[in-house]
Design a protein around this ligand. Structure first.
Ligand code: DAH
Length: 367
């Protein structure tokens, strides 16, 4: 078979000069497609005498293999080139500052969340979590609130039917507080326990200071010798760090919660003027959290021996802390997703809250 070398040179030149994948494919079709130059030669083999057919077939196969290899290599080369071109085209300089008009904001709730975790984190607390949809055992019974307990009426609970049971006692709830995480922690962890549990909570309530979904943070410390003095010191340190006021005034008032005994509420000193609330000084008081020594029945429900272990718990509203610290008057606006609101009250990202680097980064307030 004549001219095979010329044909090969011709095709290989075409392959080498194909400037993109589309052109390369055209070259492939022209050589090896149904009517391609190599295909035609293959077809013509049939008319040759046997000896020649074998020799020419061999040569043709060599040609075909060489062309295939050249096409494959060219393809890889063109693909790599295309990728490099794309990477160069789409490269971004990550060291450039964000454009202000498209910069996002950190929601005040997230900000307070970070601040609370930073403060308790430095005191050695871990963050614990529990489900938003709870069973009544964890949300109520284990916290010393049996079905007929009047405290159940203190909270306007959203119930969720249990598909496997018609018995109301088996229905689920969206947790009315973060306190069930106390029980879940005790079930899963041996003392010493030192956790905070921030998260979403739900109650059927709606006005300027209540929304159906809100946020709380729970605290739980359990060991063999933990006392109310530790509770007082721990929470005092917390409010000092949180409000960034070293000599903040505080007081503890006796109170009642089913899951603590004794129970207390903590107030911080403040001054209420007409349109202004000054925290840390003045003769007025502002309640900020509930706390107490964990009730022996709660320890037992969590699987701990109340004769061996004791500890304290506390719970507070994250949104309420945000309203107080950043002077936001209406809780409902927190969850309306109004971008103008978020721009006003939100925080610049990357200003991380830390005990050493500045907690609230007021300089970073996006106002
Ligand atoms: N769970 C309570 C509530 O939602 C808050 C609370 C009070 C939590 C006292 C506690 C505590 O852990 O000790 O109103």
């Amino acid at each position: 078979m004549e001219n095979l070398q010329d044909l090969q040179n011709e095709i290989l030149t075409a392959v080498a000069s194909a400037s993109d994948l589309k052109k390369l494919d055209e070259v492939r079709v022209a050589a090896m497609g149904k009517k391609g130059s190599i295909t035609e030669k293959m077809k013509s083999l049939g008319s040759l005498p046997l000896e020649e057919k074998i020799a020419a077939g061999k040569e043709l196969n060599l040609l075909k293999t060489a062309v295939e290899k050249a096409i494959e290599e060219r393809k890889t080369y063109l693909e790599t080139e295309e990728l490099n071109r794309r990477l160069a085209r789409e490269s971004i300089d990550v060291t450039l500052p964000a454009r202000p008009e498209i910069q996002g904001r950190i929601h005040p709730v997230s900000k307070i969340y970070e601040e609370v975790v930073a403060i308790f984190g430095q005191m050695g607390f871990e963050v614990a979590e529990g489900p938003d949809i709870e069973d009544q055992f964890h949300n109520f019974n284990a916290l010393n609130m049996p079905a007929d307990h009047p405290a159940r009426q203190m909270q306007d609970t959203f119930y969720i039917p249990n598909p496997d049971s018609d018995n109301f006692d088996d229905s689920f709830v969206v947790r009315t507080h973060t306190s069930p995480v106390q029980i879940r922690t005790m079930e899963n962890k041996k003392p010493p326990i030192r956790v905070i549990a921030p998260g979403r909570t739900y109650r059927s309530d709606y006005d300027a200071t209540h929304t159906p979904m809100f946020h709380q943070v729970e605290g739980l410390v359990i060991d063999k010798t933990t006392t109310m003095a530790h509770l007082k010191g721990c929470l005092y340190d917390f409010v000092r760090a949180f409000f960034e006021i070293d000599d903040i005034k505080v007081r503890y008032r006796p109170s009642y919660f089913p899951f603590t005994e004794p129970s207390a509420e903590m107030d911080i000193g403040c001054r209420k003027n007409k349109d202004e609330l000054k925290i840390g000084e003045g003769d007025d008081w502002l309640e900020i959290l509930g706390c107490g020594m964990v009730h022996p029945k709660v320890l037992a429900a969590g699987g701990l021996d109340p004769d061996e272990y004791q500890g304290f718990a506390f719970g507070m509203g994250i949104d309420r802390l945000a309203m107080l610290k950043y002077g936001i008057p209406d809780l409902r606006t927190f969850f309306e997703s109004d971008l103008r609101w978020l721009k006003h009250y939100g925080f610049v990202p990357l200003d991380e809250s830390s005990m050493t680097g500045g907690l609230s980064n007021n300089g970073g307030l996006a106002r």
